[in-house]
Design a protein around this ligand. Structure first.
Ligand code: BGC
Length: 738
């Protein structure tokens, strides 16, 4: 659950409160969560009719009070414990309660006995749609078993500023990757009869002044960078709900922004579902209702009595209220909330809904989402016999203690009471090392001299370092700075950069494992042999990291976000761009977000978008690009595993627009993750749709997508800066409409 603008400390207090409540083992009235639906008295319970038909029938049977009750939360989250929001049902109408709950790495808001999956940034870094669908299915089923009807995720806000405190909660800097990841998860969650909520709509790209700042962006980057992930989530995966954000857009609060809600979302994207406000992000009654907000969360300040009066006075047409209600119940019918309601017993709260399969999935996601950034002299995998491995750093977590498994804020997945708990990196490494006859020594790094002593006496030093990201504030800079353990964010006197540099000076075989929610600077990079980024890896942290370090699993993640060399290189070059001046954040970098900026400005990043190494090697060959009659282009190429281990490669497809349109130098438009055995080849087939070649044309009176005539280069490769093959296609001019 969440209140707007809570400082981090409040999150800690809230979590402590939830933990205390859970210890009392007094599950609240989850039992009231779902009213059993009876077909006889409610003709709309006939599942043979379409969702829209059923919704129309239900709306027609509702009184004004019935309708008003459905368009806001009742603020009753302390009775309905373990939820972020609650909308009461109406048994006479066979209308179940709605319980709403966060978040992207699992189930949040104080629910216990669930699986803590890796953070969304790690999910995106896997570039594996099948895995993401499995994860959606697992989270959806856990949510459903907990009595939850609406999942408040995924977050598809683009990583415009890597300092954003919620960087870990979303899918990185590229609209296509974010959209694909979201679509895979949403479709799977909704299969489990839980409505997914794509958020935060829109341009909610920083925590600094998030409740007041206006994000001011031009029409073209709005459509090309910030909207596609929402569009894909809505059009491809049929997300039932969209959450509008705290910030303003062009000076108007996002939850009462008619252009964004009515024009873009409901008209251009033809979104048939409902828009709910972020918690406390509703600021008016008639303006918000008329602009397209359908549900106020978390209480009734504007959409309770004031909305009823506005409808009675005619200020808000009854037809608009009907539309709001229709959209809510239509999504409920479409996803199965009426037909397959979650279990209603109070025992749901105490039910252990994590399964061994889900824990294994959490581990696989952490393994596939980790990115091997650097690996010189084949320092990794470890796997020697009889070696001494020095594990260093508080982030490695002393045995039994919680490691840095997730970020802070509303998306936090508590592990209270979970039997398995978090496997710390130290535990995972100790256990795995046994199988190799290796010896593990540990120094927490709180005294650098102890860490140096341990490192110099060891064959290999593995240093763990973390940052601490959370909702409510941005990171002050991109340095690792002092170590801090999750929720204990007071920094220790140890500077982790200094710790790594000192260890590297003491041991020539130093490996760094980063557990960060986003990019960090690495002043020590040259002096270490290997760097593995594991993000916030969820509860299977130690098992996953050990499997990667020892080579039991081949690293196959790729960066969903550019790692810069310096903060001076960031696309946001002025205070007007970030954090904003006089309440306005000016998106003057336009289309040049993430790698688009580094490529156009020819700035060498520390690690480019799409980068990620493997313990094996891949060869790309024989690219062909064949335009089809319908404007799409078929691609074929061959991938060969030229190394000696099985491994998965993420083959990335970038399109280079012909010069005249002003598009960034190259943009991701397709990818495939392919597992290949050593010495084997796989033929990869992809189809790029016409939209892959279009830009948002503001010169037309209609404003829409246009393909400019010209020669388009299509590159395929292992990262945005490691392109191996290229083919050209000539395309004719074509308007694709909005
Ligand atoms: C967050 C949302 C979250 C909501 C409910 C808000 O503070 O911005 O992402 O879904 O709380 O917990």
């Amino acid at each position: 659950m969440a209140l707007p603008s809570l400082p981090r400390r409040s999150w800690c207090l809230r979590l402590a409160l939830l933990v205390a409540l859970s210890a009392l083992a007094v599950p609240a009235a989850l039992g009231a969560s779902s009213s059993p639906a009876r077909a006889g008295s409610c003709p709309w319970m006939d599942a043979s009719k379409s969702a829209s038909e059923r919704a129309r029938e239900l709306v027609a049977a509702m009184t004004l009070d019935d309708k008003i009750q459905l368009v806001h939360g009742d603020g009753n989250i302390f009775t309905y414990y373990g939820v972020a929001g609650h909308v009461p049902g109406n048994p006479a109408l066979c209308l179940p309660d709605l319980l709403l709950n966060d978040a992207g790495a699992g189930i949040g808001d104080g629910q216990i006995l669930t699986t803590a999956f890796p953070a969304p940034i790690a999910q995106a870094a896997s570039w594996d749609r099948n895995l993401q669908a499995e994860l959606g299915q697992a989270v959806g089923s856990e949510a459903w078993l907990k009595g939850i009807d609406v999942w408040l995720a995924p977050d598809v806000n683009i990583a415009r500023v890597p300092l954003n405190g919620r960087n870990f909660e979303a899918f990185g800097e590229d609209p296509y990757l974010a959209g694909q990841t979201a679509a895979a998860e949403i479709a799977a969650v909704q299969q489990e009869h839980v409505i997914a909520t794509v958020k935060h709509y829109a341009l909610n790209n920083q925590e600094t002044n998030r409740d007041t700042a206006s994000s001011d962006v031009a029409e073209r980057p709005l459509h090309e960078i910030y909207m596609p992930a929402f569009e894909t989530a809505v059009e491809k995966a049929h997300a039932g709900s969209v959450m509008c954000s705290y910030n303003r857009i062009d000076s108007i609060y996002a939850c009462e922004q008619p252009f964004m809600l009515r024009q873009v979302l409901k008209s251009e994207f033809a979104f048939p579902g409902f828009v709910m406000s972020d918690w406390g992000a509703t600021h008016s009654t008639a303006p918000a209702a008329k602009a397209g907000l359908d549900m106020e969360m978390w209480d009734d300040t504007y959409f309770g009595e004031p909305l009823k009066e506005a409808v009675q006075s005619g200020e808000v047409p009854m037809a608009r209220l009907d539309d709001m209600v229709f959209r809510i119940v239509r999504s409920m019918f479409a996803v199965g909330v009426f037909d397959d309601p979650p279990p209603a017993e109070p025992a749901a709260y105490l039910a252990d809904v994590s399964t061994p399969e889900h824990v294994l999935l959490a581990r696989r996601t952490a393994e596939e989402g980790s990115v091997l950034l650097k690996n010189e002299e084949a320092t990794l995998p470890l796997g020697g016999t009889g070696k001494t491995i020095a594990v260093i750093g508080t982030a490695a977590g002393p045995a039994g203690a919680a490691a840095v498994y997730g970020g802070a804020g509303s998306s936090h997945v508590p592990l209270v009471g979970t039997v398995a708990g978090v496997v710390s990196p130290l535990q995972g490494i100790q256990q795995t090392a046994l199988g190799y006859g290796d010896r593990v020594v540990y120094a927490d790094g709180s005294a650098i001299s102890d860490a140096v002593a341990a490192a110099s006496a060891a064959d290999v030093a593995v240093v763990f370092a973390n940052d601490a990201e959370g909702e409510g504030s941005d990171r002050q800079d991109l340095s690792l700075g002092g170590a801090c353990i999750f929720l204990e964010c007071t920094k220790t006197p140890v500077d982790q950069d200094e710790l790594i540099a000192s260890v590297a000076a003491a041991n020539p075989h130093t490996v760094v494992v980063l557990q960060t929610g986003g990019p960090v600077l690495m002043p020590w990079l040259r002096s270490v042999k290997s760097v593995l980024e594991t993000w916030y890896p969820g509860q299977e942290d130690g098992n996953a990291v050990a499997a990667l370090l020892f080579g039991e699993v081949d690293p196959s993640g790729k960066l969903p976000e550019t790692f810069p060399r310096s903060e001076r290189d960031l696309p946001t070059q002025s205070a007007r761009q970030y954090p904003g001046v006089d309440g306005h954040v000016t998106y003057s970098e336009g289309l040049l977000v993430g790698y688009r900026w580094y490529d156009r400005k020819r700035i060498e990043p520390l690690f480019p978008f799409g980068h990620g190494l493997s313990y094996t090697t891949f060869r790309y060959s024989n690219l062909s690009a064949t335009p089809r009659g319908d404007g799409s282009v078929d691609l074929r190429f061959t991938l060969t595993n030229t190394g000696s281990r099985p491994g998965a490669e993420v083959a990335q497809v970038y399109v280079h627009e012909p010069g005249a349109t002003g598009e960034p130098p190259r943009q991701l438009k397709g990818f495939a993750k392919v597992l290949i055995q050593p010495g084997q080849s796989r033929l990869v087939r992809l189809t790029l749709p016409p939209r892959a070649f279009a830009f948002w044309d503001t010169s037309q009176t209609a404003h829409g997508w246009t393909i400019a005539e010209g020669d388009y280069s299509i590159s395929v490769g292992s990262s945005s800066r490691d392109l191996r093959l290229r083919a050209d296609v000539r395309l004719a001019e074509e308007g694709l409409g909005p």
